[in-house]
Design a protein around this ligand. Structure first.
Ligand SMILES: NC(=O)C1=CN([C@@H]2O[C@H](COP(=O)(O)OP(=O)(O)OC[C@H]3O[C@@H](n4cnc5c(N)ncnc54)[C@H](OP(=O)(O)O)[C@@H]3O)[C@@H](O)[C@H]2O)C=CC1
Ligand SMILES: CC(=O)N[C@@H](CCC(=O)OP(=O)(O)O)C(=O)O
Length: 407
C-alpha cells in the first residue's frame, strides 16, 4: 500500500488500528421538499481523546492529507483555498505562483489575510515530497509538462483544459499546440462528477471539465442517453462572468470594455466546442455536432446556458423534466427546479450548485433547457474538490456545502 493510501486508509477507515472513523450518510429532504441534501456525519469507535480531537475540529495537522495548490495566485486557486478552509481532512501545505512567487497570500489576495498559509513559491522550487495531492490551477498549455514532472504517487485534479480531450489530434487542432504528455492523456479521467463518479473514484489524474461544458453536459447527457432528445440541431447560448477569463490583465477585460454591455465571442470556434461534443457524442454513441455561442457578461462570476433542443417523437417537456428530476434526485449539487421556476445565476453565487429547468418552446416539438452554475465553483474549483474527495474515498461534499451568497 502506498504511503498516501495508508494515510487515507488510517484517516478514514481506521487503517486496522485502534480507531475506526466511519462516515454515515443519510438523505434528508429539505423543508421546501425541493432539495435533497446529503448529510454527512462522522462516527468514531475509538479512544475518547481521538474522538474529541476530531469532534472539535482540532485534529492534529499531521493527520490531514497535504494538499498543493498550483496556481494559488489565480482565481480558481483562491477558490480552492476558500473551500478548503472548511474541509476537515485537507490541509494546504504548498502553494505555487508564477509572477507572484515569493509573496504571501494576503499580499496577492487581501481577503485571505486571516488564513495561516504557506508563502507562494515557483513550481521549480516546490517540494512535492510534502504533498499527497494537488489541484493544478494553471493555464492550459503550461500544465502538461508540469504534471508530467510530478511524483507518480500524487493524486492530481487538473482544472485546465490540457487533459480533457481524449483525441490528441483534436487537442492539437483546437489548442494550436502539440500535446506534451500523450501517455498521461490515456490515464486521465474526465471529471464530470455526477456522470463519471465510478471512474473518478479510481483515478489518479482527473481532468476537471471546463465551465461551459459543465453547464451544458449536466442537463444534456441524461436526456441523450435516454434518447429523449434528438442529437441534431442542438443550439447552446451561454453567458459567463468575467472571472471565467482568469485574473491575468487583459485589455479586453478592462471595466471600460465590459461594463454596461455584452458581446459574443469565439463563435463556432470556442475551445469548449470539442469538449462538449466529446461528452455528448459519448452519450449518444454517435458523432454530435453543436452550435455553441458564448457571451461575456458584465458580472464578476456566474454562468447560464440556454439550450434549445428538438425532442424525440412523442416526447413532451414534462418527460424531459421527469427524467432529469429522477436522474438527479439523489444528487446534492444538481437540482431541477419545480414548476416554471427560472434558474438565476444569483441563486448559485459562490456555491457548488447547478440549477436547471425545462420549458416548452413556442416551436412545436422543441424545448428550452436553462442551467446555471458559478463558473468558479461548480464550473471549476468546487467540482475539482468534489472529485478529489471521491478520489480519496471520503464524502464527496466535504468542504462544499456552503449556501449561495445572496444578494
Ligand atoms: N476562471 C474560471 O472560471 C475557470 C478556469 N478554468 C481553468 O483553470 C485554470 C486556472 O484558471 P484561473 O484561476 O482562472 O487563471 P488565473 O489566470 O487567474 O491564474 C493562473 C495561475 O497560474 C499561474 N501561472 C501562470 N502562468 C504560469 C506558468 N507559466 N507557470 C506556472 N504558473 C503559472 C499564475 O501565477 P501568477 O499570477 O503568479 O502569474 C496564477 O497563479 C486555467 O487553465 C483555466 O482555463 C477552468 C474552469 C473555469
Ligand atoms: C469568460 C471567459 O473568458 N471564459 C473562458 C472559459 C474558462 C474556462 O473554463 O476555460 P478552460 O477551458 O481553459 O479551462 C473562455 O471563454 O476562454
Amino acid at each position: 500500500m502506498s504511503s498516501l493510501a495508508a494515510l487515507s486508509s488510517s484517516l478514514f477507515n481506521g487503517g486496522g488500528g485502534a480507531s475506526t472513523w466511519k462516515y454515515q450518510e443519510e438523505m434528508k429532504v429539505s423543508k421546501v421538499g425541493k432539495l435533497r441534501i446529503r448529510v454527512t456525519s462522522m462516527a468514531a469507535s475509538s479512544s475518547p481523546a481521538q474522538t474529541a480531537s476530531f469532534a472539535d475540529g482540532k485534529a492534529n495537522k499531521l493527520d490531514k492529507l497535504r494538499i498543493g495548490v498550483l496556481g494559488a495566485s489565480g482565481y480558481t486557486g483562491s477558490e480552492i483555498i476558500r473551500l478548503l478552509r472548511n474541509h476537515p481532512h485537507f490541509q494546504i501545505t504548498l502553494m505555487t505562483a508564477d509572477r507572484k512567487a515569493g509573496q504571501s497570500i494576503e499580499s496577492v489576495f487581501p481577503h485571505l489575510v486571516t488564513q495561516d498559509l504557506p508563502n507562494l513559491v515557483a513550481v521549480k522550487d516546490a517540494d512535492f515530497s510534502a504533498v499527497d495531492a494537488v489541484f493544478c490551477c494553471l493555464p492550459h498549455g503550461t500544465t502538461q509538462e508540469i504534471i508530467k514532472s510530478l511524483p507518480i504517487n500524487l493524486k492530481i485534479v487538473d482544472l485546465s483544459a490540457d487533459f480533457r480531450l481524449q483525441d490528441i489530434a483534436e487537442y492539437e487542432e483546437w489548442y494550436g499546440q502539440p500535446h506534451k504528455a500523450t501517455a498521461l492523456q490515456k490515464e486521465a479521467v474526465y471529471g464530470l462528477t455526477e456522470i463519471s463518479r465510478a471512474e473518478i473514484q479510481s483515478a489518479r489524474l482527473v481532468a476537471n471539465p471546463g465551465c461551459y461544458p459543465t453547464s451544458v453536459q449536466l442537463p444534456l447527457i441524461p436526456l441523450i442517453k435516454s434518447n429523449l432528445i434528438e442529437v441534431r440541431n442542438i443550439i447552446i447560448d451561454s453567458k459567463s462572468g468575467v472571472s471565467g477569463a482568469g485574473r491575468g490583465a487583459k485589455e479586453a477585460n478592462l471595466y471600460t470594455e465590459i461594463a454596461e454591455g455584452i458581446h459574443s465571442y469565439g463563435i463556432t470556434r470556442h475551445r469548449h466546442v470539442p469538449e462538449i461534443e466529446q461528452g455528448l457524442s459519448e452519450a449518444a454513441n454517435s458523432k454530435v455536432t453543436v452550435s455553441f455561442t458564448p457571451h461575456l457578461m458584465p458580472m464578476s462570476r456566474g454562468m447560464q446556458s440556454t439550450i434549445y433542443v428538438e425532442m424525440a417523437p412523442g416526447v413532451t417537456t414534462q418527460d424531459l423534466k421527469d427524467h432529469l428530476g429522477n436522474y438527479y434526485e439523489h444528487e446534492e449539487f444538481v437540482v431541477l427546479l419545480k414548476n416554471k421556476e427560472v434558474p438565476h445565476t444569483r441563486h448559485v453565487r459562490g456555491s457548488n450548485y447547478c440549477l436547471m429547468n425545462v420549458f416548452p418552446d413556442r416551436i412545436p416539438g422543441r424545448a428550452i433547457i436553462i442551467s446555471v452554475i458559478d463558473n468558479l465553483v461548480k464550473g471549476a474549483s468546487g467540482q475539482a474538490l468534489q472529485n478529489l474527495n471521491l478520489m480519496m474515498g471520503i464524502p464527496e461534499n466535504l468542504g462544499l456545502s456552503c449556501l449561495p451568497l445572496f444578494p
